[in-house]
Design a protein around this ligand. Structure first.
Ligand code: SF4
Length: 364
């Protein structure tokens, strides 16, 4: 555990916190855009080390949390079919749809299986030619290459019984939607290191210039985050709005180009609805025409539907950084990890789950 320990060194963390306090002269709000960073901030109490004038705002960086209810309902509709083996990462199984969730479908006899890779779903399709195998392809740019590879392999092998239910989302358009909102209070961003490992960070230059906002590509360990905050505050205090890279041990300016090429081969940019944020133009990935036969929505003839999100769940405000999880009246009372009302309480990357797990407030 040598290398993780080094990035969690308490003395070095105090040193960074002191350095941040030294350069902070005004209140600033900085948003981390990755659920992994949110969990590290809450778990290690990083925000509590910072000056009171510095606010860390949690952004829409949890892929499970931003998957719209309609898609969960479609997944459930597909999973209920007797000919289907429905496969998904574990986090998605407990996300509530309008009436139920995938885990309940499984409990009631549906063939819903958790997989660790979309390529496992491809293998399942090969091993079960009489069944339809569907993979729930959600996530940011990070998971897109593996999902693209699954579709590409299915295409190469001519697998007629494999398909994907796609709900891929892209980070930069969501950042632009937040920045252009009249309610925006974010002055600087910690960009998600794992997304940038795939995509690089050149696509953030226009955002930094247009909205005059510093963007620092940042890793996930406590010292990464503190260094990212330091770099962001330094820019804000100096009146700069640049794209900088804290996570140099993983991220290169141009990213992983073979992975990007694979994404471009299989997917195209489409509008996408985000849970709590609504539809954002150019913010998602959908299958390109040569791969359209692997689109589960088309294969099963699913109709478009509009579903109202739970009126009690304020996840839209939490995902925009306007409210904190404990501002939600249901937090820890009617909404817990065992009985979640919204996706941010389910996912291992959700802000509500992080607050519940690490900072449970005492409730009357
Ligand atoms: S605590 Fe539960 S109900 Fe409230 S915003 Fe979070 S997920 Fe939604």
């Amino acid at each position: 555990m040598k290398f993780i320990d080094e990035y969690r060194d308490a003395e070095a963390a105090q040193h960074y916190a002191h350095a941040i306090a030294q350069i902070t002269t005004r209140p600033w709000s900085i948003m981390e855009i990755c659920g992994g960073q949110t969990h590290a901030i809450v778990k290690f109490g990083i925000d509590e080390l910072l000056p009171h004038s510095l606010t860390l705002v949690h952004g829409p960086g949890c892929p499970v949390c931003v998957t719209p209810v309609e898609l969960i309902d479609k997944a459930i509709e597909i999973a209920l079919r007797p000919e289907v083996i429905f496969t998904s990462f574990g986090d998605m199984l407990r996300v509530p749809g309008t009436h139920t969730d995938l885990l309940s479908v499984k409990a009631n006899g549906g063939d819903v299986r958790m997989v660790y890779s979309p390529l496992d779903a491809v293998k399942l399709a090969q091993a079960n030619p009489a069944r339809e195998v569907v993979f729930f392809a959600v996530g940011f740019e990070t998971t897109a290459p593996a999902n693209a590879m699954a579709v590409y392999q299915a295409h190469q092998r001519g697998l007629p019984n494999f398909s994907v239910l796609v709900s891929h989302v892209l980070v930069p358009p969501a950042m632009e939607a937040l920045l252009s909102s009249p309610e925006n209070r974010v002055q600087g961003f910690l960009a998600a290191g794992h997304v940038c490992t795939v995509m690089g960070y050149t696509e953030y230059y226009p955002l930094a210039a247009k909205y005059q906002v510093p963007i620092v590509v940042t890793g996930f360990e406590p010292l990464d985050i503190l260094q990212g905050v330091y770099m962001c505050v330094k820019q804000l205090e100096e009146g700069r709005a640049e794209v900088e890279n804290q996570y140099t041990r993983s991220v290169r300016r141009e990213g992983n180009q073979p992975a990007q090429q694979l994404i471009r081969e299989v997917f195209q940019i489409v509008p996408r609805k985000w849970r709590g944020l609504g539809e954002i133009p150019h913010s998602g990935l959908g299958l390109r025409d040569p791969y359209a036969e692997f689109d589960a929505e088309q294969r099963f003839g699913l109709a478009e539907q509009h579903v109202e999100e739970s009126s009690e769940c304020i996840s839209g405000l939490v995902l925009q950084g306007i409210k904190k999880p404990h501002d939600c009246p249901a937090f820890g009372v009617r909404c817990t990890p065992e009985r979640p009302l919204g996706a941010p309480m389910v996912s291992s990357e959700g802000a509500c789950a992080a607050y519940y797990r690490y900072r449970r407030v005492t409730l009357a």
